[in-house]
Design a protein around this ligand. Structure first.
Ligand code: AMP
Length: 310
């Protein structure tokens, strides 16, 4: 089984209350693929970078066994560059600058082998490009999609079109509210589901995630970390872990999605421990399983008795 990830491969320049990191490796496809590869040996990346993209970053994907045949290098262009600043409340961030650069006229053609991919992760990217990629996949079993306020505001109609093709949308709470034009998250999820995705996952940063699927809601906690250095990429890492687990499970029902959310949350909790994707590069199955099990403990609610006998 294979996972196709498409999204940005970026330079991120990040400011947090704990420090700055200029031009570190970032981008939705980077975090997605680096997380998913722990679960699946066949992770394929689709993206574009400029001639300024350093060999050392390329090597980092290679060392992680990510298939880069779908990474276009446009020598005469510059790599996508995002600048963001986090507040003391790390759930709050301002985008200071987005330079699309080589992304402006990115129209990927998938390598022939990629067309057979089974799970497709449409990472945060122009929704028209997300569609263009999806149309080239022969028979995807499950399509996950992420987006962000930038695309909700700049290309709303195109995003709506993409959503009609998606099985599971993964967004954060403010994006869900903006997309649905509804402040209440339960109602927002229902409005978004009417746009196409059967399943909606709403991430709430350090407050966990909500899964809306079938007629049920599942609430996953977030791991209470003492040291968070940089939340960038947490959302994409979450989606990568979720997709990775789903490939392993080879099923997309409510139980698999619930477990997948826990694995996604575990991966995201590692990603935020360090600036850039560095922490994601040094994990192994035991560490991931140990963290995922800690989530079970976190949410273990004892049996509830009637008040009289408590
Ligand atoms: P996350 O923190 O998971 O929401 O994603 C952060 C990543 O998204 C960063 O590594 C950025 O490079 C990337 N990013 C920022 N803005 C955009 C955008 N408009 N489209 C696609 N990716 C973006």
């Amino acid at each position: 089984m294979s996972i196709l990830t498409v999204g940005t491969v970026a330079f991120d320049s990040i400011e947090t209350p704990f420090g700055n990191a200029p031009r570190v490796l970032g981008g939705s496809a980077s975090y997605l693929s680096l997380a998913a590869q722990y679960f699946c040996p066949d992770v394929r990346l689709v993206g574009i970078v400029g001639g300024d993209f350093p060999e050392e970053y390329v090597q980092l994907f290679r060392d992680s066994n990510v298939d880069l045949r779908g990474l276009e290098v446009k020598e005469e262009g510059d790599t996508f560059h995002w600048k963001g600043r986090y507040h003391y409340d790390l759930n709050e961030r301002d985008t200071l600058d987005t330079q699309l650069n080589v992304l402006v006229d990115f129209e990927p053609t998938l390598p022939e082998d990629y067309r057979s991919s089974k799970i497709v992760c449409l990472g945060n990217l122009d929704p028209a490009v997300q569609r263009h990629v999806l149309e080239q996949v022969d028979d995807p079993e499950y399509v996950l999609c992420d987006t962000m306020n930038y695309w909700i505001e700049h290309t709303p109609d195109s995003l709506r079109e993409t959503l009609t093709l998606v099985d599971c949308l993964v967004v954060n709470d403010s994006e869900a509210r903006e997309l649905a034009d509804e402040p209440n998250l339960v109602r927002a999820a229902s409005i978004i589901r009417d746009m196409g995705p059967e399943t909606v996952i709403i991430k709430k940063g350090e407050h966990g995630a909500l899964l809306f699927n079938g007629s049920t809601v599942f609430s996953a906690p977030a791991y209470p970390l003492e040291d968070i250095e940089d939340p960038t990429g947490a959302g994409d890492t979450f989606a990568g872990g979720l997709a990775g687990y789903l490939v392993r499970a080879r099923a997309y029902g409510s139980q698999e999605l619930r477990r997948g959310i826990i694995y996604g949350s575990a991966m995201a909790s590692f990603a935020v421990e360090r600036f850039g994707p560095g922490r994601l590069l040094e994990l192994n199955e035991d560490l991931i399983l140990e963290r995922a099990r800690a989530f079970r403990e976190l949410a273990a609610i004892p049996k509830l008795q009637a008040f009289e006998t408590a």
